[in-house]
Design a protein around this ligand. Structure first.
Ligand code: ASP
Length: 406
């Protein structure tokens, strides 16, 4: 797909303009209300447009990826490599998050806040088996209307496999999928062209309304999470890009900038999917592989979310006066890896899943109330990292499959 050359530059300029206007609103009386009432809605319109195509993008992109691979064994091989890559990088992300959180905690940098006044509603988890059953849809249309992405992925896998094995009789479905996907790609191009407006509006709103929080007591917890995000990106994605993707880390990150800015401002991996796809293919990822890996990644691969959950757990444990033992830390790594897999690629989802990690080590879930106010700021960074993780996987798997043309 052809992208206008200047779009990344436009997105970057929109980000800067958003920060400038946001600062102006922050310091002017009534500026915050203006940003929330008149700027944010333009960002919302843009994200709504992206969200409305997310279900068809994931569905047709995955089916088309499967059909292009032409062989279920190939699909299995790409799928296995993808899931292994996701699990390994997420487990490393948890370790980085825990280590960074512990360093800050030991150094006495985390504030100790009182959770007495928080009234965070506890989300109910049905347990592992119920979650597993819930991945398999009993009603296809419900999966689409609820945008239940794990179910949409299962539907795509089944349909893709069935069309492939139906052979000549499935020819018409095969062509319909390719034709639909071509139309959806066009739609994505139109919508992505509007992205500078969305980036500007969201950035101005965040700076205008949350600037005060950055200066508040949670600044060091935010700083801890952002250092961990950067450490993980530099350690894991740079090495993966160089060793497996045969790309210079600088080139990798430069080409990922549009998706990074987009993930950062929209706080939704699912909404960033069309941009991630363009970036991955710009780095030479094979379109068949990226069509399969990226929708899966935007749904189950959340390294930034895993880091956030670990840092938040160490911080909230310290507020609760709990010193994490080694056993509890291992439990945090396991549950945060699973919780991040279960996190939907939409804004705020990672904070809800944090409850699962806290429950595992018996910290009252109400403690989440202490960090709700700044969740958007954590979320922007973690989503940015989530989408880079997906892109790095698409590049590496393309290379492993020997289909990449750098
Ligand atoms: N907003 C994140 C994403 O879309 C998920 C989260 O809340 O952690 O990737």
């Amino acid at each position: 797909m052809k992208r206008p050359r200047s779009l990344p530059v436009q997105i970057f300029l929109a980000l800067l303009a958003g920060v400038a206007v946001g600062l102006l609103c922050f310091f002017l009386p009534g500026g915050g209300d203006f940003a929330a009432g008149y700027l944010k809605p333009f960002g919302d319109i843009f994200v709504n447009l992206l969200k409305f195509i997310v279900v068809p993008v994931v569905l047709f992109s995955m089916i088309q990826g499967i059909l292009s691979m032409e062989d279920m064994r190939k699909v299995g091989s790409v799928g296995l490599k993808t899931v292994l890559y996701f699990l390994c990088t997420t487990a490393i992300a948890c370790t980085v998050g825990l280590a960074m959180g512990s360093i800050f905690d030991r150094a006495g940098l985390f504030p100790v806040l009182d959770a007495a006044d928080t009234d965070y509603e506890i989300a109910a988890f049905g347990g592992f088996m119920t979650t597993l059953v819930g991945i398999f849809p009993s009603n296809m249309w419900q999966a689409f209307t609820n945008a239940n992405m794990l179910q949409v992925i299962v539907i795509a896998l089944f349909f893709g496999g069935a069309i492939l094995t139906a052979g000549e009789k499935g020819r018409l479905c095969h062509e319909i999928v390719f034709s639909f996907y071509a139309v959806i790609e066009k739609l994505m191009t139109f919508i992505i062209r509007l992205s500078p407006i969305g980036v500007f509006a969201y950035m101005a709103w965040v700076v205008a309304t949350q600037g005060a929080q950055v200066l508040g007591s949670l600044a060091l917890v935010l700083l801890c999470a952002y250092i961990a995000y950067v450490v993980h990106a530099v350690l894991v994605y740079s090495s993966a890009a160089r060793v497996f993707g045969k790309l210079r880390p600088f080139t990798f990150f430069r080409k990922a900038i549009p998706a990074m800015i987009f993930g950062f401002t929209s706080a939704s991996s699912a909404a960033t999917l069309p941009v991630s796809k363009e970036c991955a293919e710009d780095m030479g990822a094979d379109p068949d592989v990226s069509s399969f890996v990226l929708p899966l990644g935007a749904t189950i691969n959340m390294d930034g979310t895993a880091i956030y959950q670990c840092v938040a757990t160490v911080f909230l444990a310290s507020c609760a006066g709990i010193d994490l033992t080694l056993r509890q830390m291992v439990l945090v790594v396991i549950t945060a890896t699973l919780a991040s897999v279960g996190t939907a690629g939409v804004s705020g989802a990672g904070m809800i899943m944090l409850a699962m990690v806290l429950e595992a080590i018996q910290i009252p879930v109400a403690y989440i109330g202490l960090i709700i106010a700044v969740d958007r700021l954590f979320d922007m960074g973690r989503t940015c990292l989530n989408v880079v993780g997906d892109i790095s996987c698409a590049v590496c798997v393309s290379r492993w499959e020997g289909r990449k043309q750098p």
